[in-house]
Ligand binder design. Structure first.
Ligand SMILES: CC(C)(COP(=O)(O)OP(=O)(O)OC[C@H]1O[C@@H](n2cnc3c(N)ncnc32)[C@H](O)[C@@H]1OP(=O)(O)O)[C@@H](O)C(=O)NCCC(=O)NCCS
Length: 182
C-alpha cells in the first residue's frame, strides 16, 4: 500500500538531441523569464547564425532547449576566434534542475567534435573568476587558462535599458587535436 510517509522512486530517462537553433526557439531560450533580459542578444546572435558567423547549439528535450552554448567563429580579437583555427564558446548554460547530471559535459564534448569537424583546432571559453564550478568543469575537460579579461561589456535588455556587466574572467583554451583520434 502507498503511504504519505513513504517516498517512492520513479526513474526517468530523457532523450536529448543536440541541434542548431531555429527562429521558433528564440522565445524558449528565455526560460520562462529567467533570461528575458537577453532577448535582443538572442535575436542578434540568431541573425549572425544566418550569416554563418555564429552558431547557437541547443540541447533539445522534446522541442525545448534545456541547455545551450553559442559559438563565435570569427571575432575582432583573433586570439579568441579567427575564423579558421580558433573558435569562441560562450552563453553556456543548463537549466538549474538538470545541472550536475552530465549534460553540460555532453554539450561541451559535442561542441568540441563539431569544431574539429569544421577544421578548427582550438576551443576558447571565458569563465567568471568567481565561477569555481564551471572553471573546474573546463579544467577537467582539458582547458587551460591563458589570459584574463576585465569582462566589461554592455547590452540592451528587453525593455531597451542599457545594462553594464563587470565580470572579471579567465580566458581558457583547449587544443582539440590533442587526445582526439582524428
Ligand atoms: C556550467 C554548467 C553549464 C554545467 O552544466 P552541468 O550540466 O551542471 O555540467 P555537468 O553535470 O556535466 O558537470 C557538473 C558537475 O556534475 C558532475 N557530473 C557529471 N556527470 C554527472 C552524472 N552523470 N551524475 C552526477 N553528477 C555528474 C560533474 O562531475 C561536475 O562536478 P564538479 O562540480 O565536481 O565539476 C551549469 O552548471 C550551468 O548552467 N551553470 C550556470 C551558468 C554558468 O555558470 N555557465 C558557465 C558560464 S562560463
Amino acid at each position: 500500500m502507498t503511504s504519505l510517509d513513504d517516498p517512492s522512486l520513479f526513474q526517468l530517462t530523457l532523450n536529448i538531441i543536440m541541434r542548431q537553433a531555429t527562429a521558433n526557439d528564440l522565445p524558449k531560450l528565455e526560460w520562462y523569464g529567467q533570461y528575458r533580459h537577453y532577448r535582443k542578444l538572442f535575436r542578434r546572435t540568431y541573425e549572425e547564425q544566418l550569416k554563418g558567423r555564429r552558431s547557437m547549439l541547443l540541447a533539445d528535450l522534446d522541442g525545448f532547449p534545456v541547455g545551450y552554448i553559442f559559438i563565435q567563429w570569427l571575432a575582432n580579437n583573433k586570439r579568441i576566434a579567427d575564423g579558421k583555427t580558433r573558435a569562441y564558446l560562450y552563453s553556456f548554460r543548463v537549466m538549474n534542475i538538470l545541472q550536475g547530471r552530465g549534460l553540460g559535459t555532453h554539450i561541451m564534448r559535442h561542441t568540441e567534435s563539431l569544431l574539429i569537424h569544421q577544421g578548427y583546432s582550438w576551443a576558447i571559453i571565458a569563465v567568471a573568476k568567481e565561477n569555481h564550478g564551471a572553471l573546474r568543469l573546463y579544467q577537467r575537460l582539458g582547458y587551460h587558462i591563458f589570459a584574463d579579461d576585465p569582462g566589461q561589456w554592455s547590452y540592451e535588455d528587453h525593455k531597451g535599458i542599457r545594462r553594464n556587466v563587470n565580470e572579471p574572467c579567465w580566458i581558457l583554451e583547449k587544443n582539440l587535436k590533442l587526445g582526439y583520434d582524428i
